[in-house]
Design a protein around this ligand. Sequence first.
Ligand SMILES: Cc1ncc(C[n+]2csc(CCOP(=O)(O)OP(=O)(O)O)c2C)c(N)n1
Length: 628
Amino acid sequence: MFEEIPTARPETPLLDQVNAPADLRSFKKEQLPTLVRELREFMLYSVGQTGGHFGAGLGVVELTVALHYLYNTPEDRIVWDVGHQAYPHKILTGRREALLNIRQENGISGFPKRDESEYDTFGVGHSSTSIGAALGMSLAARQLKTGRKAVAVIGDGAMSAGMAFEALNHAGDVKADMLVILNDNEMSISKPVGALSSYFARIWASKTYDHIREGGRKVFSGLPSALELARKAEEHMKGMVSPGMMFEELGFNYIGPIDGHDMDHLLTTIANLKDRKGPQFLHVITKKGKGFEPAEGDPIGYHAINKIEPDPKPNVEKSKLPKYCNIFGQWVCDAAEQDDKLVAITPAMKEGSDLIDFADRFPERYFDVAIAEQHAVTLAAGMACDGIKPVVAIYSTFLQRAYDQLIHDVALQNLDVLFAIDRAGLVGEDGPTHAGVYDLSYLRCIPNMVVMAPSDEDECRKMLQTGYEYKGPAAVRYPRGTGQGIDIEPDLRTLEIGKSRTLRTGQSGIVICGFGRPTYDALKAANTLDATLLDMRFVKPIDEEALLIHRNAKLIVTVEENAIMGGAGSAVSELLLANNINIPTLHLGLPDQYEEHASHTSMLKRVGLDADGIQKSIEIKLTHISNI
Ligand SMILES: Cc1ncc(C[n+]2csc(CCOP(=O)(O)OP(=O)(O)O)c2C)c(N)n1
């Protein structure tokens, strides 16, 4: 058991010999426990150097070694769900040194990625896709007769999503040759919720059955008629205790639960399952943060860690500015104090969305629905039908999962639901899988929606209250990270819907329309260029009046941290066009490509959304205009 994260690179002589899983497969079984120890220590050291996902990877070290030892990877396909647990997999698949740059600019991704390595069979980041993807691979192998095997490794948290069950249902139906490994650590990011987690706990508790079953398998293996007999006895048993019955009903052969840190047991069981026909389901119990004492004791706190600073300076205070998620966390408690109809819904992101206080103070009005974004939105719709005012706290990137529910269940019926959309914009080291850069485009085309983007923390609080009081579907999309250091009015004030504010009046004829966070960077550019700056506040309804006043502007510039296509800038152009106003416009935002991970500051610079970039783009546009 490790008690500290090493800050000096540990000696890992055995691990150093593994440059690909084929090297690992040349080891004797007896060497594997040493390899496991070295892998765990190297991972501790490496994540300490870079920061990143921590507990989940430590929990699957034995499983990762066993899978690469037994399967012929990359020919055989291992699909990791979410991918936050794939650090040991990356280390064993030729990226040991690269791990020291994980999530850094130009370094490897924090998640499996197909164009990073042939061992990364499927790109992930969002959860609950592994079974569907592995099933697709298994059916491809069937059709193309490649003989390739497919394994999905999915956590108990990720298993709570509908997608996982849709894929299980299908796999059973087509009798796919595939293995699903449920990595059950009794944790999601926080404690998992729902009947499914209680179900897993019951299976885990039914040790007697497990022993009989395992014993039966060992004794009768190789004797077909006896095996048949054992199976009958097993069916009988299931009638009494029924662990794993649900998966058997879906057409899977359920085995487990087994100890996922017992290397011998893992190797024997997986080796047995590997060549069996039909859908196989192995339930493995592991400990999140395994092998590192503080993480075993605090799996929530150690889900992910920050880089360990080599020389921490106790006097250098971290930014005291509140994060946007804290602005939301405070507002939702204040609003709940005033209105007992308010409920808050989160799809498994209690900590990330800062609903910790709310859950403590208003437990009966707090709903963690597990990783089930679609359900979160439809649940809110149902509540809104019957007099409750739901606030759905959801990350922009995860709301993508619930788009139909947003349109069909909420907006089409004009239901009174507030969406507090966090992590809108670029999200730095988390990279393109988690970027919240499409929401303005996908929200503004939905009838009935009010869509707001705050430029600072005080605006954010007011917009939340505005959306809350608005009788219909409303969304406030705010970024990851901290505000601008603006004083926050403690009262619950609202804004007039569809009204912008003018932050600066300039004489150059340039009018900049800021949407959300980049507005303050645009202000710096406006100062230099003597431009007028509107903080538009509302992407929908857009402030028509304010824009039409500037019908004779020399140049209208829009700035947003969203895809340019279909975003807030498009709304401005549509309005000008509809009013037959033909003046030069410039849309600044994100280009039509995925932005690779880096620090947020560096990404903004790359896409020209920092103050300098905004100014330069305007200057270039001005030269084009004057050349016409
Ligand atoms: C669709 C989606 N919603 C939410 C998340 C955020 N998220 C990342 S990991 C995680 C918990 C996953 O729990 P589990 O599958 O049990 O894995 P563990 O971390 O416990 O190993 C969540 C909610 C996500 N990645 N994708």
